[in-house]
Design a protein. Structure first.
Length: 351
């Protein structure tokens, strides 16, 4: 059963990220990506206990990661290639026109090499730390990389991992980030986005164990108190954000509440209108950097001036329209690619 309130929250948080990238901060923006990580950890644990708790060798970390990438990669790589084509095209036009912002052919060619780490989702590791052509793509890569290691630990010993190792990692990461580490900095061998991802995905796994506990089962059964606390948690998460790290506790309230089909919010948020909103929010998150960049370039070339807030809302609307288009387009392209194009290449022994 799909729970649409989660998709709605993802959509809201995705747009908070969009506005934050245009230097407009609405309540909740600072915890948006952390919210995505927590839910990712929650669903990782849910998949593990539904598929491989009894036989981890049959559905291990390799199959989990492959399924994860298979679901995320089409929109991910499409957005990445659009960004690459736009930047290279803009570079070439500037060179031909002799623009003062023009670089050289070497810099344009280098963009092709720059996109390779993104394609393999390793722009957050080793030599490629802090790189990436599409700045929004780091979140997906970090989630896939850390998800692989957490799932591997779960396969090795899920009880020790979920009850001992992940809680310790969570506490250590909380303590480390407490010292005011910048979310995208490098400290020695530690790249903060990966540390940040580990912290919140670990929290998601811990929350899942609470969700399946008998104690929570007794609390959740449609009581007035449960619904009021859950709604308060959602409101407080937007209102307080990172204040005194209260979001760490509020994430648990929000996830536990929204994951219950019998909660008030899930009785309201239902129907076909919400059926694809999760896919669209993911597309908006990945597409908005290219949309904003293209609109800024077009407005500058045409001499159009607009108030910053108005431009931000217009860019948000264009990102939504474009993202709906890409979701529908990929619905058609993905089956063709997997069922016809790849088999044709295999038949010709190309792959």
């Amino acid at each position: 059963m799909r729970i649409y309130s989660i998709d709605l929250l993802k959509f809201i948080f995705a747009y908070l990220v969009v506005f934050a990238h245009m230097d407009i901060s609405y309540p909740g923006a600072s915890v948006a990506v952390d919210f995505f990580f927590v839910f990712s950890g929650f669903f990782l644990a849910k998949k593990f206990y539904s598929k491989s708790a009894e036989n981890p060798k049959e559905y291990n970390q390799f199959r989990y990661t492959a399924d994860h990438i298979k679901r995320l990669y089409p929109q991910y790589v499409f957005s990445l290639l659009v960004m690459l084509c736009y930047l290279c095209g803009r570079d070439l036009v500037r060179i031909v026109l002799g623009s003062e912002n023009a670089g050289n052919i070497g810099q344009t060619v280098f963009r092709i090499f720059e996109v390779i780490p993104d394609m393999f989702m390793v722009q957050d590791m080793g030599y490629f730390i802090g790189g990436g052509l599409n700045p929004a793509a780091w979140y997906v890569s970090a989630m896939v990389i850390i998800g692989y290691f957490i799932y591997a630990m779960m396969c090795y010993d899920h009880r020790k991992t979920s009850e001992f190792i992940l809680p310790i990692l969570f506490i250590l990461n909380c303590a480390y980030m407490k010292f005011g580490r910048y979310n995208f900095d490098v400290y020695g061998a530690l790249y903060i986005p990966l540390v940040r991802c580990t912290q919140y995905m670990a929290e998601g796994v811990i929350i899942y164990r609470i969700f399946k506990s008998k104690a929570f089962e007794a609390v959740r059964n449609g009581s007035l108190f449960f619904n009021l606390i859950g709604l308060f948690g959602i409101a407080a998460l937007f209102a307080f954000e990172r204040y005194k790290n209260i979001h760490i506790v509020l994430f648990a309230f929000v996830v536990l509440y929204t994951m219950c089909p019998e909660s008030w919010i899930n009785r309201i948020v239902k129907g076909r209108i919400f059926a694809r909103i999760g896919d669209v929010s993911y597309a908006v998150y990945l597409n908005h950097p290219a949309v904003i960049m293209a609109m800024e370039d077009i407005f500058a070339a045409m001499g159009i001036t607009m108030a910053h807030t108005q431009f931000a809302w217009l860019a948000a609307a264009v990102s939504l329209v474009y993202s709906v288009f890409t979701v529908l387009l990929l619905d058609r392209l993905t089956p063709w690619f997997t069922q016809r194009f790849i088999p044709a290449l295999r038949a010709k022994k190309i792959v």
